[in-house]
Design a protein around this ligand. Structure first.
Ligand code: GLN
Length: 203
């Protein structure tokens, strides 16, 4: 089984570790640069992207992580993790940095103050959610969306109804994957399964 790390500086890394274990992978919480060495893949969890950014820099993880991504390490980012994988952020805080790698511009806290969190069924064929499959219930918590995406970026899911209809909420580019929502909370294994498949394909 592949070894998949979960960045364990802040946020809901425990839920991702459990979700990956249910997919049959070996898992490790990552807090130090040396723990990046033996990974086949990495998850950057939801939480607070500004805090995770500061901790990545304080613990000297930012540069080695960027190097591993440049040399093809598969990484999945959820919510704050999506923000951290984006090359560009709108509505970030002063001086906020990202790991980068995904040729997207994300808008932080995009769904607005009135809607701190909500759930929605997604149409996401590439993630195994078509009208004939069970719907994929997505949980959004102060979530970003992808405002613009480069040509190399594959859109995996968009919002289907309401004022945010059409907004991009899941993407893939090469070995990088990101969702604005939290499959580790909804308990729907399909997103983690898709990431494990991506990791297997890159081993
Ligand atoms: N709003 C948070 C941020 O800017 C993300 C929220 C989440 O990960 N649930 O990082």
């Amino acid at each position: 089984a592949p070894v998949i790390g979960v960045l364990a500086l802040q946020g809901d890394f425990r839920e991702h570790l459990s979700a990956l274990e249910r997919c049959g992978t070996r898992t490790v919480g990552v807090r130090r640069p040396s723990e990046l060495a033996d990974l086949d893949g990495l998850v950057v969890p939801g939480g607070e992207s500004t805090t995770i950014d500061k901790l990545l820099r304080r613990f000297d993880l930012m540069a080695p992580l960027r190097e591993r991504i440049a040399s093809g390490l598969p990484v999945y980012g959820s919510c704050a993790g999506m923000i951290l994988l984006a090359d560009r952020i709108l509505d970030g805080i002063e001086g906020q940095q990202t790991i980068g790698g995904l040729d997207v511009t994300v808008r932080r806290n995009a769904f607005g103050r009135q809607v701190d969190s909500f759930e929605e069924d997604l149409h996401a064929p590439a993630l195994g959610a078509t009208p004939s499959d069970p719907p994929m219930r997505a949980v959004f918590i102060r979530a970003p969306w992808v405002e613009t995406a480069g040509d190399a970026v594959e859109v995996l899911a968009t919002v289907s109804t309401g004022p945010a209809a059409g907004r991009i909420v899941a993407v893939r580019q090469g070995a990088l994957m990101a969702t604005a929502f939290h499959p580790e909370i909804s308990g729907d294994a399909r997103v983690h399964r898709a990431f494990v498949d991506l990791v297997e394909a890159h081993r």
